[in-house]
Ligand binder design. Sequence first.
Ligand SMILES: Cc1cc2nc3c(=O)[nH]c(=O)nc-3n(C[C@H](O)[C@H](O)[C@H](O)COP(=O)(O)OP(=O)(O)OC[C@H]3O[C@@H](n4cnc5c(N)ncnc54)[C@H](O)[C@@H]3O)c2cc1C
Length: 447
Amino acid sequence: MYLSEPNQCSETASRGVSVPEPSVCDVIVIGGGPAGSTVATRLAEKGWHVVLFEKDRHPRFHIGESLLPLSLPLFEQLGVLDQVEKIGVRKYAAEFWSAEHGKCAAFRFARALDPSHPYAYHVKRADLDHLLLQNSVERGVIVKEGCRVESVNLDIAAGCEVTVGDSDGRTQRWRGRFLVDASGRDTFLSHRLGLKTRNRRHNSAAMFGHFRGVRRHAGEAAGNISIYWFQHGWFWMIPLQDDIMSIGAVCWPYYMKQRRQDLRDFFLSTLAMSPDVQARIEDAELVTEVSATGNYSYQSRSIFGPRHLLVGDAFTFIDPVFSTGVHLALTGAFIGADAVDAALRQPRQAERHLRAYERRVRRGLKTFSWFIYRITTPAMRDLIMYPRNILGVEQAIVSLLAGDLFGNTRIGLRLLLFRFFYYITVLGAPRENFAAYRRRRRNVMTE
Ligand SMILES: Cc1cc2nc3c(=O)[nH]c(=O)nc-3n(C[C@H](O)[C@H](O)[C@H](O)COP(=O)(O)OP(=O)(O)OC[C@H]3O[C@@H](n4cnc5c(N)ncnc54)[C@H](O)[C@@H]3O)c2cc1C
């Protein structure tokens, strides 16, 4: 099976232009974001010869700047926690603002069931991704930046082979015993294997940019992430270093389709719909271009196959409301590296190891998804605005917001209880909640 896009290196080969003999390694990693650099580092530490290809050159801009507390132990294991502290702004809480309720509810991570990780960080992703990739190099990974993987053959005896184009127009071929796809939203493998599917339960789009001079809260709360609901979705405010505030609007697709102005003006007029947001940005200056990403909720039908595995956004992306993307990428990379290591050591047991990886990743995703799909419903807003800690339910929600889904903290039963409260709340206002449900269904269908 030779999987490539048209007009690529494999075609060049068939036209008779010489393509070099393949170089050989144990593991090939596509992508140098948090998932790729982490899986590569962990595998190199386990003694494998790992080669990672990154199409860009770091540092480069990337969205996804708010991290979760439970990522900190992972940074510690990678040996980069001190460096992350230097580039980060400490985030002690996630706060939700509802103009409808006329109030803000803040969830402090120190109140989680396991209070040992009371904060996380906000980072410029250019800095974070760069330091993670540098760390890979220091741990023995061969990192090749400016190198785009263009095609892959998954049917090589006992392995795979990729064709890579570099920024000077040269072509390389690499053969490995295992391939990890960490290509993010490019979804290299699932796209080529025809496995990529739209998420049938969620659909949204985003616009975002960086501002200078946005009003910050005082004291410890200055680092809080702020989420503001408004009639077409929600906004984020993420405080970064150097007086930069990342601001984004996550909107339903019908709203994005109404755009008649240029993106910058549309973004600014959207922000003006929230008086709370407007009050904080009135003296601020937009210092970057505004970017937009369309319908971004997707999943690959499979997460592994013989001698390959998908990790991070290369497998799935739902929605950024709980800032889960980087945490899922890092956790997936840690669990994935263990699975690849075990599969390489025990090839006959490979499927069992890879299936165990799949189970853990899907379980974490399922838990987050239930909450994400309902985040804009009236019932969820009411519960978030008036949290009650009956039998530790509020603390379990804080643990969820901290990313504590993959360890030993027992939050499952409490989250079930929260779901029970949710449905009771829905029954208390059936009309509004049914209307919200129908609106979500309509939006999921919008292309
Ligand atoms: C609007 C928005 C807001 C978000 N906000 C947050 C947030 O606040 N917090 C959070 O945790 N997450 C957030 N996320 C999600 C987060 O950005 C991602 O989940 C995270 O970056 C996933 O990491 P990754 O390593 O899987 O992919 P990426 O970080 O995208 O890395 C993939 C890498 O692969 C490289 N690549 C792709 N194709 C190839 C190829 N063919 N050859 C070589 N290299 C290739 C790319 O250049 C890239 O560097 C947000 C996402 C969106 C869309």
